[in-house]
Design a protein around this ligand. Structure first.
Ligand code: FAD
Length: 464
């Protein structure tokens, strides 16, 4: 059995030094751009704005401390959009999809360069990303994306790989053939969030921590943000509050909220060495996937993307601390690495996932207010891209490749609550059943398969 700590904030944040919160917002404040939320999205938006125009008055209003949300708690895997290329082509066309996926690769490299240039030791390591079949049912699920890359002349970005090649990076007994995506990278997310927070403050951004914004409304030519203790007037605002966006006016059917949960071992360098693991992060090809990576101090971190559904934008405890979901992560870990004992697990945690109807993040505008959400578990690198695109939109600058994700036409909507949570949990249970049967080498039942396919039939591209 395990005596692991199970907390909301998780391992990474508990292993970096505490920071003193910046003073909370008070009274009347005037800004050019007000950003709500100090995770990667808010921080990168502020960073890009200040790079474009150092004289701009930019403020971040963060309810807790910057990086204390999903940004400081995730798997720290930076991946690009090549495995989503068919979906992107459907939504934005081939040329724009290609530019966007290329920009997602560039974002991964840019974060590495940023860490080097800014002297932020976020444990950034460049590696290819392995996408592995761990049951016969998963074999070939990468094919449509591999073909789409080849058809657009970028076969090297995402390509099929033999079991031997996959196992030359990490030799797990359940690894079969798969696909390899390049570039990719890993970071310690809390170190990246803390380093970015520091550099943003150094760049002159006014960061107000412990400052929850209650409302943001267009007012005159600009926007007004309010809480009981402060009142902000700004030219524009960016709402970067992750899953909580689902509780904001105009967003209730725009995103859906689920959760992901992780565990991390004590240092086990001998196990990593025994499997010849070179540091490449991997995901399996289940519907509710596992994602896994080693750390620089020889731990193994693994997450499972099958946590329960949220209700609207509410931040419930189950979205962050969920024994069922961490047990699923442990089962995945022991399947990949049978030599990991449950007693080696040191910490467990989780957090909300903001699910986009098209599987990639979007930004929507309401007058001078932009909201960014929908990373669907893939925000560490894409927040850099979205921050840049939204920053440029706020400044009225020329479009970037990610601008196709700003106010995209024809965005499907989710059903309203409580239907969304009830229906989402039924679909989740079906996906869990399908994955369990496939892991056991059995054909899933007809009902489970039918229910698991409902989102796709509704035009929602959710799992994976
Ligand atoms: C367990 C887990 C593992 C993950 N693993 C990966 C991974 O390996 N790779 C990957 O790319 N992505 C991963 N993700 C997703 C990734 O963490 C997110 O997409 C990304 O961090 C989103 O950043 P954000 O700034 O949008 O949100 P957050 O980091 O959640 O920031 C939002 C901030 O807004 C603040 N806030 C909310 N409401 C208000 C308000 N009214 N006023 C003021 N402040 C407010 C919150 O306090 C919070 O700090 C994972 C997520 C989880 C939960």
């Amino acid at each position: 059995m395990t005596s692991a700590r199970h907390t909301a904030e998780g391992f990474w944040l508990s292993s970096v030094d505490e920071v003193q919160r910046t003073p909370a917002a008070r009274g009347s404040i005037e800004l050019d751009v007000a950003i709500i939320g100090g995770g990667f999205t808010g921080l990168w938006t502020a960073w890009h704005l200040k790079q474009r125009d150092p004289a701009l008055a930019v403020g971040i209003f963060e309810g807790g401390s910057c990086g204390s949300g999903a940004s400081g708690r995730n798997g720290g895997i930076l991946s690009a959009l090549w495995d989503t290329l068919p979906t992107l082509v459907d939504h934005v066309g081939a040329d724009a999809a290609l530019s966007l996926a290329e920009a997602s690769s560039d974002a991964i490299r840019a974060i590495g360069r940023w860490c080097a240039q800014e002297g932020v030791d976020a444990h950034y390591e460049a590696h290819p990303m392995l996408e592995v079949a761990t049951s016969s049912a998963q074999v070939g699920r990468w094919e449509s994306a591999v073909k789409a890359c080849a058809a657009l002349g970028v076969a090297d970005r995402y390509r099929a790989a033999s079991a031997e090649e996959i196992r030359s990076h990490c030799d797990s007994p359940v690894f079969g053939q798969g696909a390899i995506m390049e570039p990719a990278a890993t970071v310690d997310p809390a170190r990246l969030a803390r380093g970015l927070r520091r550099r943003v403050i150094d760049a002159g951004v006014q960061v107000y921590e412990g400052s929850v914004v209650d409302t943001a409304e267009p007012a005159g030519a600009g926007v007004r943000l309010r809480s009981a203790t402060f009142d902000v007037r700004a030219g524009s605002a960016v709402l970067a509050v992750n899953s909580r966006a689902a509780g904001w006016p105009g967003h209730r059917t725009r995103l859906s909220v689920t959760s992901s949960h992780m565990v991390i071992t004590e240092p086990v360098p001998e196990i990593i060495e025994r499997h010849g693991w070179d540091g490449a992060p991997f995901v399996d090809h289940r519907w509710l996937l596992h994602y896994c990576r080693p750390t620089q101090d020889g731990r193994i971190a693994i997450g499972w993307g099958g946590g329960s559904m949220g209700f609207g934008g509410r931040m419930t405890r189950e979205l962050q601390v969920d024994a069922y979901s961490t047990a699923a992560a442990v089962r995945g870990l022991r399947r990949f690495f049978p030599d990991v004992e449950p007693s080696m697990i040191e910490h467990m945690w989780g957090g909300p996932i903001d699910v986009s109807p098209i599987h990639v993040p979007v930004a929507l505008s309401r007058g001078p207010i932009w909201s960014v959400f929908g990373y669907t578990g893939n925000g560490v690198s894409l927040s850099y891209l979205m921050g840049e695109a939204v920053g440029d939109a706020v400044l009225g600058r020329p479009k970037t490749p990610a601008s196709v994700l700003l106010d995209p036409p024809g965005l499907p909507r989710f059903p309203p609550e409580p239907l969304r949570q009830v229906g989402g949990n039924i679909i989740r249970r079906a996906l869990i059943a399908v994955d369990a049967s496939e892991d056991a080498g059995e054909r899933p039942g007809l009902l489970a398969r039918a229910v698991a396919g409902v989102p796709r039939r509704l035009g929602l591209n959710l799992p994976r």
